[in-house]
Design a protein around this ligand. Structure first.
Ligand code: ASP
Length: 359
């Protein structure tokens, strides 16, 4: 070992010793420690509705004693590898130039560490790269070309992620483009009325968020996506942003999201949901409060329906330390995947803020 390593190790142990002395006063009381020791760990894995297989795989690994982060990443890898899922990894829908750009974040409760990549091209498992960013760099988020070079340097293979099916969907969009893109005309920032824009068509979105509690009671989560279909190249959604598309606190719980990333980026909902749970709210109540906040924050007319409600959806998923789980969406309809130890996962209904009227 060279002398710089020795010095680094010395500094590390000195810092840890100092930190231990510093936190001495805030060590939990005996009753709290006892309560934790007595509380039964209930392993659970939840995910967005496209996570039936992912949650089942993650639970299988958790029951073998695998750490929650490795388990949920192995779960979402199934969806990233699936060419039939147009919203994540290989076969994801591309940006407006026809290039697939992926976003992902991971957060590991027990170490309090996280990693993320955004606008990553040519690598089908961005969640694995996000974990390497967490483990093998002093950074939390790498983007674009730098993220790709970092991945390649760690042995990830480059490949074309655009399947024939995704290319054809993109080409159809391109050929019928009209006003269906993400650009806005020049306008006054104080104006809430800047035309119809995206209101007129349903944009394809999709993502998988997966969160788990393992046998030790440790909590971790992952979110991975190809983001908004036909986005402006370089657009980054909420999925790779810790605090927005994913957040974990090992003492409290985890939360993650799918749906319109722009709305969630402006609200930083995942960290807010974890904070609501810290205050004692259930995962479901906390997710619903995040939906309410987004509805209150949305002011532009092009993003509202004729009753002033958001004309898009955002879904949240959350678990707490005791294994209680819940989910909520702005609009009724979405389901989420749950596994509490069974071989097969199940879908449950997300609670919601507004009920979709039948047309
Ligand atoms: N939240 C993702 C994003 O905005 C998309 C989605 O979940 O549908 O990139």
């Amino acid at each position: 070992m060279d002398s710089s390593m020795k010095r680094r190790d010395f500094l590390k142990s000195a810092t840890l010793a100092g930190a231990a002395a510093f936190v001495g006063n805030s060590v939990p009381g005996l009753s709290e420690v006892q309560a934790r020791a007595n509380s039964v760990v209930r392993p659970v894995v939840i995910a967005s509705a496209n996570g039936l297989k992912a949650t089942a795989r993650a639970m299988e690994l958790i029951q073998q004693g695998v750490d929650a982060l490795d388990a949920v990443i192995a779960g979402v890898n199934i969806v990233e590898d699936d060419p039939k899922d147009n919203s994540v990894g290989f076969g994801g829908l591309p940006n407006e130039d026809g290039v697939v750009e992926l976003d992902s974040s991971v957060m590991h409760g027990p170490s309090g560490r996280g990693g993320a990549v955004a606008s990553l091209r040519n690598i089908k498992n961005p969640s694995k790269v996000a974990k390497v960013v967490m483990e093998r760099s002093d950074h939390v988020l790498l983007v674009g070309e730098g993220a790709l070079r970092f991945a390649v340097s760690h042995g990830f293979k480059e490949e074309n992620l655009l399947t024939e099916e995704s290319r054809e969907i993109w080409l159809k969009w391109k050929e019928t483009l009209s006003n269906q893109d993400d650009r806005l005309p020049p306008h006054d920032i104080n104006s809430i009325d800047i035309g119809e824009g995206p209101k007129k068509y349903e944009r394809i979105t999709g993502t998988i968020n997966c969160d788990g509690v393992d046998l030790k009671g440790n909590i971790s989560g992952v979110t991975t996506t190809s983001g908004l279909a036909f986005k402006i190249p370089g657009r980054v959604g909420d999925s790779p942003i810790l605090g927005a598309g994913l957040y974990v606190d090992n003492e409290v719980g985890a939360a993650g999201s799918t749906g319109r990333g722009e709305a969630n980026l402006l609200a930083c909902s995942s960290v807010m949901i974890v904070e609501y749970m810290r205050q004692g709210k259930t995962p479901e109540e906390s997710c619903l409060l995040a939906c309410t906040r987004i509805a209150q924050q949305t002011k532009e007319r092009r993003l509202l329906d004729d009753k002033g409600r958001p004309n898009f959806n955002v879904n949240f998923y959350a678990i707490n330390k005791s294994g209680v789980y819940g989910s909520a969406a702005i609009w009724s309809g979405p389901k989420f995947a749950v596994n509490t130890g069974e071989k097969e996962s199940r879908l449950e209904n997300c609670t919601y803020l507004y009920k979709r009227e039948k047309k």
